[in-house]
Design a protein around this ligand. Structure first.
Ligand SMILES: [Zn+2]
Length: 157
């Protein structure tokens, strides 16, 4: 079997195992015209982001009322490029992302294996498999490692 065929089969298997699972998009809170500091690096699922927004609105009610231009908003980001999976700051659920570097994920799966009965695992392994074909800066060494992992899930089936 050629490497491309192995990757293709592994993608098919992962997609089947993943079923209708689809992670929530990355959300974050943005503060407008209010002098409060929050960590913009914090990502949340839609539910937790809305909850956090409400908490902040209650906490800073008087400040918000002082300036009609001020607000606390939730933003959604589609498929952010990342070096590894993103998860919600509050409930830890996995969020949607696009893998732009494979090293951390390769290491993770080489160390821990892939659990195809876990939909989050299927999703993040798919993100890695897709890098095999889509990434231009991919080098031969990481290609080989992805193929090896892909083989391992086909053999375990
Ligand atoms: Zn959450």
């Amino acid at each position: 079997m050629t490497n491309n065929k192995i990757i293709e089969k592994a993608i098919k298997l992962c997609t089947e195992k993943m079923g209708d699972y689809e992670p929530d998009e990355i959300h974050w809170i943005e503060i407008k015209y209010l002098d409060i500091s929050i960590d913009y690096g914090e990502y949340r699922c839609s539910e937790c982001a809305e909850k956090r927004k409400s908490e902040l609105e209650i906490k800073y009610k008087s400040e918000l009322e002082k300036d009609p231009d001020s607000s606390i908003e939730v933003f959604e980001c589609y498929s952010q490029e990342r070096e590894g999976p993103a998860s919600c700051e509050d409930c830890d659920v996995m969020l949607n992302y696009f893998l732009c570097d494979v090293e951390d994920e390769l290491k993770h799966y080489e160390d821990h294996g892939i659990d195809l009965n876990n939909q989050e695992d299927c999703f993040s392994f798919l993100a890695l498999l897709e890098c095999y074909t889509y990434m231009e800066h991919m080098n031969y060494e990481s290609d080989k490692r992805i193929v090896k992992l892909a083989k391992s899930i086909l053999e375990a089936k």
